[in-house]
Design a protein around this ligand. Structure first.
Ligand code: WT7
Length: 650
């Protein structure tokens, strides 16, 4: 067992160190110094790990700081699906498992070798082609965690179409906003999905948005649950019928490194979700490199990331990272608590998972259920654990290490974002003595820094805004249809430095500690939700005049939603209305956005210019007393604060 040392840190065991990509802090430091002395040279060297049709880039990296446009390997040609499939098939991995699919029902299992996956991708790429999808066209994907999701993404990549996956648990309104923005020709969905023993109709939500009017001409429907499904003649087709009717072969299209690979939406500080655009060469290289560096993956190992592919974590850690490397990834459709609270461990034991990657919220849920659920299973196959999505509390970290990892598995706490495409700050687990709760150091080729409001570098121990100093290859290039917003959101606070939106501090050893968001983004169970999106949903209810959503502490979800609502004249803040509002948010945004508290307020604290003072609303939600709230003199009606405190809901 790797013991905790006298400083409360966790060094890797010698046995683990042996198998790691980087085996000591000295080795890391040397490589790191070299990688940031000339990042373009470092990334050009890494680019040798991908298969290119041509490496005719004039410059590895260009950065127009005035327009905030940057390119990596522009002029180079490659195809992401070729890199994730064909090259492994050619290199002796035809019969190696690429995806192990474990359905919610334990009997629903499918294993795709690299050879079989390539075959499925080629066929579905031909289906897309038969629908007139061409290079640059968008394809929306609204599928549960089933292999057709990965197949669709790679089929798009194969013919140069741009996929835009929407998380399957998003409601019709959220789906609609994401679809109208990227104007797809085709949407791929399923009849329904399984969730914690229930069957949910997905196709009905697609029908609902299509009625409102979109650019979608074709709907491809995967038969997953067999539930009754309305199919509209001439528009809707079944996946299995289409793939049976097309030719088997489809050559990959050589793409420029800077050609778009996908758009993925994320919540920001306004109601409109931001469609982050990722490109073929840079994103894929980032996914490959971070996967190799962070997870110390060895051939034959089984890697399991529990995140849904509807989020960036799933894009990079279940699809592009493992497949670019030729690894075996487990894809899991279910939830951690169904049919039993040991579902993850039963699946990990069943498949002999080597590397397990999840979010702190899942660990907290599982920890709360009690150790006996874990102890029922033999988890000796586990070699390494990882965490992402929100800060991991040191106590939860130690529990994860001791109970899940049996005290022998190092934990990599990986910090990243939809925007960064792949991990940016994460410990090299074979090289460092790990500190519970710290993401430790930026990865090779990545430069981070923490600045205060005056743009001075923060001293060790001081917290400030986390920036990434120059855009690495995996970064999003722009916001689809809105480059102005891209510039405003990320590059304006400190021109030439990327603003992450996170608070962080560095300790005396130069290790990073992430402290949460500084903007109006609420992280519910690691899912990023914009306050404005929830507010827009509340306001769309006929009884609501005004609404403000802020985070509140939740011991399982990390943060939960606390919503202040003022009702219109003629309405009363009744329990019945509360229930209606909660339901309304669940159907428009999705169940993840369920408010924990609805606080009916006669008014909201506003400045004279009419801006809602969220700082105050947050403090009230946290349970602060009047003295702790700070300055309220700029408010039009300072008395509202007393009313809110007096009527605070718990
Ligand atoms: C936000 C990005 C892991 C990528 C998936 C989430 C928070 C992410 C960590 C971590 C502390 C983290 C940040 C970030 N976050 N990882 N290891 N420690 N906070 O991508 O949905 O774009 O959310 O998640 O606040 O800004 P996302």
């Amino acid at each position: 067992m790797a013991p905790e040392n006298s400083k409360g840190q966790y060094p890797p065991s010698d046995e683990y160190r042996e198998t790691a990509f980087i085996k000591s802090a000295e080795e890391f430091n040397t490589l790191y110094e070299e990688s940031i002395r000339d990042p373009a040279a470092y990334w050009a060297e890494q680019a040798e790990n991908l298969d290119w049709y041509s490496k005719d880039w004039k410059e590895v990296f260009t950065w127009d700081k005035k327009e905030n446009r940057f390119t990596w390997f522009k002029g180079g040609k490659l195809n992401a699906s070729y890199n994730c499939l064909d090259r492994h098939v050619k290199n002796g991995k035809k019969n190696v498992a690429a995806i192990i699919f474990q359905g919610e029902n334990d009997d629903h299992v499918r294993v795709y070798t690299y050879g079989r996956l390539l075959y499925e991708v080629e066929r579905f790429a031909n289906v897309l082609k038969s629908m007139g999808v061409k290079k640059g066209d968008r394809v929306s994907v609204y599928l549960p965690m089933i292999p057709e999701l990965t197949i669709t993404m790679l089929a798009c990549a194969r013919i140069g179409a741009v996929h835009s996956v929407v998380f399957a648990a998003f409601g019709a309104e959220s789906l609609y906003n994401r679809v109208v923005d990227c104007t797809p020709k085709v949407i791929v969905t399923s009849d329904g999905n399984y969730h914690a023993g229930k069957t949910i109709n997905m196709k009905a939500k697609v029908d609902e948005i299509l009625e409102k009017g979109t650019t979608i001409e074709h709907v491809v429907v995967v038969r997953r649950t067999g539930i009754e499904t309305d199919m509209k003649e001439g528009r809707d087709v079944w996946w299995h019928e289409e793939v049976a009717a097309v030719p088997l072969n489809c050559d990959p299209v050589p793409m420029d490194a800077e050609d778009p690979l996908f758009i993925l939406y994320t919540s920001g500080t306004t109601g409109k979700p931001k469609g982050l655009l990722h490109t073929t060469g840079g994103y894929l290289l980032g996914a490959y490199t971070s996967f190799r560096n962070v997870f110390n993956y060895r051939p034959g190992q089984i890697f399991w990331c529990t995140a849904d592919i509807g989020w960036i974590t799933g894009h990079t850690s279940t699809v592009y990272g493992p497949l670019a490397l030729g690894a075996t990834a487990l894809m899991f459709e279910g939830v951690p608590t169904y049919p039993g609270r040991d579902r993850y461990w039963q699946v990990a034991e069943k498949w002999g998972v080597d590397i397990f990657y999840t979010a702190p919220t899942a660990i907290r849920t599982i920890r709360q259920s009690g150790d006996e659920w874990v102890k029922k299973h033999d988890l000796s196959s586990l070699k390494m654990l990882a965490s992402a999505g929100e800060p991991i509390d040191p106590d939860v970290w130690r529990w994860y290490h001791r109970v899940i990892g049996g005290g022998r598995c190092p934990i990599s706490d990986t910090w990243w974002q939809t925007e960064t495409g792949g991990p940016m700050i994460a410990p090299m687990t074979g090289a460092f003595d790990l500190k519970p709760g710290s993401a430790m150091k930026p990865l090779l080729g990545i430069q981070a820094a923490i600045y205060d409001e005056e743009k001075n570098i923060c001293a060790p121990g001081e917290s400030g805004n986390l920036y990434i100093e120059s855009p690495p290859p995996s970064f999003a290039r722009t916001i689809w249809n809105d480059h102005k917003k891209f510039v405003e959101t990320y590059w304006t606070a400190f021109p030439g430095h990327y603003l992450t939106g996170d608070n962080a501090r560095m300790d005396e050893d130069g290790d990073y500690w992430l402290l949460g968001r500084i903007d109006d983004v609420i992280s519910v169970a690691g899912h990023r939700l914009g306050a404005a999106e929830i507010e827009a949903a509340l306001i769309s209810h006929p009884a609501v005049a005004e609404a403000a959503a802020v985070p509140m502490f939740d011991d399982i979800k990390g943060e939960a939603i606390y919503a202040y609502v003022t009702v219109k004249d003629g309405f009363n803040g009744t329990e019945e209305l509360k229930r209606q509002l909660v339901d309304h948010v669940r159907t428009t945004v999705g169940p993840i956005a369920t408010p924990k508290v609805i606080h009916f307020a006669p008014g909201l604290p506003k400045t004279r210019s009419g801006k809602i003072m969220r700082r105050i609303l947050r403090k009230v939600a946290e349970g602060c007393r009047k003295e702790e709230i700070g300055d309220t003199t700029t408010l039009t009606d300072p008395g509202i604060v007393d009313t809110l405190i007096a009527t605070r809901m718990l």
